[in-house]
Design a protein around this ligand. Structure first.
Ligand code: FCA
Length: 332
């Protein structure tokens, strides 16, 4: 009798907690993971960690690369047709926010953005779509501070140094990251006149290579600055500038470039026998952005527990010398 009473009590609390009222079992769940640049190591890592979550929790993960708006809309329709319940997205253009939200509603799909926060037609953040991103401005500041520190270690005179901001200002997180670095440099007394923008057309290595070449050509004539700091939104764009500097015979010792990401692009660079101008990268967590977002989406679908409106993740400077430790700290 006592046992029955206890089981009934347990049942009651389970129902209260939503345990029995679950909407779908994990095994029936299908979650899309849509990324703008599937070829970039960061997104491959995100997918890998999302796969890990899918395997552990037995749901189906549908990975789709969405390099443009058309592919993105087709992918959402496709997920709807497959009877998926939700998707995580890093969109090729954040201004597609309202269109994404409408398409998701039409197919009764839950939507959770990752990395790049979606905006509406007025440029306002769409707060009804939960988001996980990096604390862009703070991480940018870390980049700027590490550039200052390394410059001091090398004994450079700041007024003889140029700082190149690889800019992609149409993407808010990219602007915040790079402006964080600019503000840190300014706060450290770096001469504002020596900070120049290399404007990206696209956020990839090739575009950064071209943009950096333009800046270096101009500066060689104008100011003759021979030592450079380089920073940008991610490792891939910073590496484009490093390659451009190498092409113009800037010695590795005359360059301090710090990226953001810490995935394969930077690890390959650190693995080179001779150090290049790529000094470090602020490691961010593809595990949190891939694994954790997937589990949050699963909870939303199965427990009706909506993810927090905003989750911001942090980073740690990784260099050739501390890479193993830092990656271990991040569970990578
Ligand atoms: C953006 C960038 C990626 C990565 C991610 C966290 O989406 O394009 O390279 O830095 O944020």
């Amino acid at each position: 009798m006592e046992q029955t009473r206890r089981s009934l009590l347990k049942l009651g609390s389970l129902i209260a907690a939503g345990g029995l009222a679950s909407w779908a079992q994990a095994g029936e769940v299908k979650i899309g993971f849509l990324v703008k640049q599937a070829e970039e190591p960061w997104f491959q890592d995100e997918w890998r960690f999302a796969e890990q979550a899918a395997k552990e929790k037995s749901f189906t993960l549908v990975k789709i690369g969405v390099p443009n708006g058309e592919k993105l809309m087709a992918a959402i329709d496709n997920l709807g047709a497959q009877k998926a319940q939700g998707f995580i997205v890093c969109a090729p253009d954040v201004k597609l926010g309202s269109a994404i939200e409408r398409a998701a509603k039409r197919h009764s799909l839950k939507v959770f953005s990752v990395d790049d926060q979606l905006i509406d037609g007025k440029g306002q953040v769409i707060s009804s779509i939960p988001h996980m991103g990096i604390s862009a401005y703070e991480i940018g500041k870390q980049v700027g501070q590490s550039l200052l520190t390394e410059m001091k270690v090398r004994g450079w005179k700041m007024n003889e140094v140029g700082a190149m901001r690889i800019a992609f200002d149409q993407l808010p997180t990219a602007k915040e990251r790079t402006m964080g670095a600019v503000d840190a440099l300014k706060a450290g007394g770096f001469p504002v006149a020596n900070i120049v923008d290399a404007n990206l057309v696209k956020s990839d290595t090739e575009s950064a290579y071209n943009a950096a070449n333009i800046v270096l050509t101009k500066q060689a004539g104008a100011t003759g600055l021979k030592r450079w700091l380089v920073f940008g939104m991610n490792d891939e764009t910073v590496l484009g500038a490093v390659r451009a500097a190498e092409g113009r015979k800037v010695d590795a010792s005359a360059l301090i470039a710090v990226g953001i990401g810490g995935s394969k692009s930077s690890l390959n660079e650190f693995a080179k026998a001779k150090p290049t101008g790529f000094f470090g990268s602020v490691l961010i967590s593809p595990k949190r952005h891939g694994y954790e977002t997937s589990l949050m989406m699963l909870d939303w679908i199965t427990q009706n527990r909506q993810p927090p409106a905003l989750t911001l993740t942090t980073g740690v400077l990784m260099t050739r010398s501390n890479q193993l430790d830092v990656r271990r700290q991040f569970g990578l």
